[in-house]
Design a protein around this ligand. Structure first.
Ligand code: OFO
Length: 160
């Protein structure tokens, strides 16, 4: 594996752990504001992000690479309401998608076919996560506009 790819994947490990840390911060905000249901969702996201990090660690090791762990910044999302929290998650997912796509582009440039295949799972996963985050933001925004907003949206989605 080329050093550039190995380094980018190493940085991605830190970004995935940071994602977990950010989701924990968001989960904490919900928990501290008596919205444990939302909090549970973000705790689950935090666990998934750690799994993503470990998937990359394993891939690097399977390919004879060493992993340089980076420092984790303390997440300080600016959350003043439910919508802010959900919007912060969506913005972060978009940032991670761009980061994964950047590694994919580098793998293409280096003719690193194995890494391209490896990253396909992450590209699909990011699509799912962005979709979930977008949907949550739409629902929370509509609910903010009108308490029946979520109900109406669900009916529309189900075609009823
Ligand atoms: Fe790691 O899945 Fe999104 O960020």
């Amino acid at each position: 594996m080329k050093e550039t790819i190995s380094a980018l994947l190493g940085e991605q490990v830190t970004k995935e752990f940071y994602s977990a840390y950010l989701y924990l911060a968001i989960a904490n905000w919900f928990e501290e504001n008596d919205l444990g249901g939302f909090g549970g969702w973000y705790l689950k996201q935090a666990e998934e992000e750690q799994e993503h990090a470990m998937k990359i660690v394993e891939y690097l090791h399977d390919n004879g690479q060493s992993v340089q762990l980076g420092a984790l910044e303390a997440p300080r999302p600016e959350i003043g309401c439910v919508r802010d929290a959900v919007a912060a998650a969506l913005a972060h997912e978009k940032y991670i998608t761009a980061s994964i796509e950047n590694i994919y582009a580098a793998a293409v440039a280096e003719n690193d076919y194995r890494t391209q295949v490896f990253l396909q799972w992450f590209i699909t996963e990011q699509g799912e996560e962005e979709k979930n985050a977008e949907e949550m933001l739409t629902k929370v925004t509509r609910y903010g506009e009108h308490p029946m907003g979520i109900y109406n949206l669900d009916k529309e989605a189900a075609g009823r």
